[in-house]
Ligand binder design. Structure first.
Ligand code: HEC
Ligand code: HEC
Length: 239
C-alpha cells in the first residue's frame, strides 16, 4: 500500500511513501478519472482533458482540508492509535448536495426581445464531468404579479446511443448528443425568449442525478433519482 505518510507501518501489508500525494495529488486521481471510454471506444469522461489548473487541488474539494484524526486504529502510539493530519475520504460527488451549492454562477441580461443567461464555472473541470448522465436544468419561470404565466425548462443532459442508434447508458455508447457541460473556468450562454405581457422572470438552476432516459433504462425507482435538487436561483428580473 502506498500513501502520503512517511512513517507508516502495518502488520498486514508492506507500506511505501509516495511524495506526489502531498505535492500533486491530482496525478493519483487522473489514474482513474482521466479519459474513460465506453465498450465501443467512445469517450464518455474527459476530466483530465478538460482540466484547467487552479490553486485548488481535487482533494481540497472532494475530500476535505487536512485535520487532526487517525489514518488507522492500530495502537502504535504508546498503546493508542496515532494522531495525524488527515483528509476525509468521502470523495464527495454529485450525490452530496452541498458540493453543488455555488458550483455554478448565473447571470441574466436583456438583449432585444430575449435574455442572455450566462452560467460561469470557476471549477478546474467542466460541470458536469466524469459521469455522463447527470442533468443540470435551467428553469425559467415567467410571472405576472404572483401568477405563473409560463415556464421553460432547458435540460443540459447529454444523451447516448448505441451502434443501432437506440438510447443507452454512457458505458455502452457508440455516440452522443452535444456536450452541454459548462467548460472548466469558463462560461456557457443560453438565449431565452421573453414572453408577452409585463411581469417578472426568475431563473433557477436545478439538477438531477440522472436524466429520464437513464432512469427508465436502468429502472431506477428510488426517489433520489428523479428528485430535482435546487442549485441556485437568480431572483426576479423585470420583463
Ligand atoms: C483506482 C481508481 C480511482 C482512483 C485512483 C480515484 N478514483 Fe474516484 N472513483 C473511482 C470510481 C470507479 C468511482 C465511481 C464509483 C461509483 O460509480 O459508484 C469514483 C468516484 C468518485 C467520485 C464521485 C462520487 C459520487 O458520489 O458520485 C469523485 C468525486 C471521485 N471519485 C473523486 C476522486 C478524487 C478526487 C481522486 C483522487 C484523490 C480519486 N477519485 C481517485 C475510481 C478512482
Ligand atoms: C474547486 C473545487 C473542485 C476541484 C478542485 C475539483 N472538483 Fe471535481 N467537482 C466539483 C464540483 C462542484 C462537482 C459537482 C458537480 C458535478 O458533478 O459535475 C464535481 C464533480 C466531480 C466528479 C463527478 C462526480 C459525480 O458524482 O458526478 C468527478 C469524478 C470529479 N469532480 C473529479 C475531480 C478530479 C479528479 C479533480 C482533480 C483533477 C477535481 N474533481 C477537482 C468541484 C471540484
Amino acid at each position: 500500500m502506498s500513501g502520503p505518510i512517511e512513517d507508516a507501518k502495518s502488520p498486514y501489508h508492506k507500506t511505501q511513501y509516495r511524495d506526489f500525494f502531498g505535492k500533486d495529488p491530482k496525478q493519483l486521481c487522473f489514474v482513474c478519472h482521466a479519459n474513460d471510454r465506453s465498450t465501443k471506444e467512445f469517450v464518455i469522461a474527459k476530466t483530465q482533458q478538460e482540466y484547467k489548473d487552479t490553486q485548488k487541488q481535487c482533494t481540497d474539494c472532494h475530500m476535505s482540508p487536512k485535520k487532526e484524526g487517525f489514518a488507522s486504529n492500530l495502537p502504535i502510539d504508546n498503546g493508542k492509535p496515532k494522531k495525524r493530519m488527515v483528509r476525509e475520504h468521502g470523495f464527495v460527488g454529485a450525490h452530496t448536495n452541498w458540493l453543488w451549492q455555488d458550483a455554478l454562477g448565473i447571470e441574466a441580461k436583456k438583449s432585444g426581445d430575449s435574455f442572455i443567461v450566462t452560467l460561469t464555472n470557476e471549477n478546474p473541470h467542466n460541470i458536469t464531468t466524469g459521469f455522463g448522465a447527470r442533468e443540470p436544468i435551467l428553469d425559467v419561470i415567467y410571472r405576472s404579479g404572483s401568477k405563473v404565466i409560463e415556464t421553460k425548462s432547458i435540460s443540459m443532459a447529454q444523451h447516448y446511443t448505441d451502434k443501432r442508434g437506440k438510447p443507452t447508458v454512457p458505458h455502452l455508447a457508440a455516440s452522443a448528443t452535444e456536450d452541454m457541460s459548462v467548460p472548466a473556468r469558463g462560461t456557457k450562454t443560453f438565449k431565452v425568449p421573453m414572453v408577452e405581457g409585463r411581469g417578472q422572470v426568475t431563473f433557477e438552476l436545478h439538477y438531477r442525478l440522472v436524466n429520464d432516459e437513464i432512469r427508465s433504462l436502468l429502472e431506477l425507482k428510488q426517489p433520489q433519482w428523479s428528485k430535482k435538487f435546487i442549485n441556485r436561483t437568480l431572483f426576479p428580473t423585470l420583463l
